[in-house]
Design a protein around this ligand. Sequence first.
Ligand code: 13P
Length: 250
Amino acid sequence: MRRPLIAGNWKLNLGPGAAAALAVYLRDALTDEDAVDVVVFPTALAIGAVAAELDGSGVGVGVQEIAAIASGAMTGANSAVMAREAGCTWLLTGHSERRQHFAETDAGVGAKAKAGLAAGLYPIVCVGETLAERKAGRVDEVTQRQLAAALAPLTPDEVALVTIAYEPVWAIGTGETASPEQAQEVHAALRAWLRAHHPRVAETLRILYGGSVKADNARSLLGSPDIDGALVGGASLRVGDFTDIIAAAR
Ligand code: 13P
């Protein structure tokens, strides 16, 4: 049985003060959370403040992006080692906004997953097709290519620590959600790919769905057999909505 994971991607929202305040609301709202894993991804500048509030709460903190190296001449970057020191235990990598706006490559995602694991972070590897790719019937080809590249540098033991997030690009921030049937179809295909290439962990790796997940659609999405949680953007910024999504996962 896969334990549900609900992740809140705060993207480029909330400075340290506002992020810490949201973390306090969340911590106080989730007093007895034992059936669902919960993690939030603040901006890098707010990680310290959020981690201080969530320390000992059971809610994990993650970093939205890292460089693939631990330190060095890479102005503006953050590393997995530093994120771990600042209080993170999770890493997001391969988000479509990074692929689109920051020229992230399939190979880069794998290198960052590897660096995150080496530093003690659990990577959430994001995959997903654009609307044009969906219309061209290329959903499985694109998502499986992205997943294969992300897992390629990892040892079998490292693969076992990965979480996958399927986020169709056309459903992110648009209010247009994949139907539970559309999402389940892709999740099942990803799990079939895992059975073929990583059989040891195919039944245990979690595959999250992301893309306009809200309190009112979470239950039907999370009811699908291969949807093991959610990666939530906009709705994770409102504590009531986020806790309703967590409740739907129980
Ligand atoms: P929205 O929930 O705002 O559509 O964002 C999804 C997402 O990109 C989470 O990583």
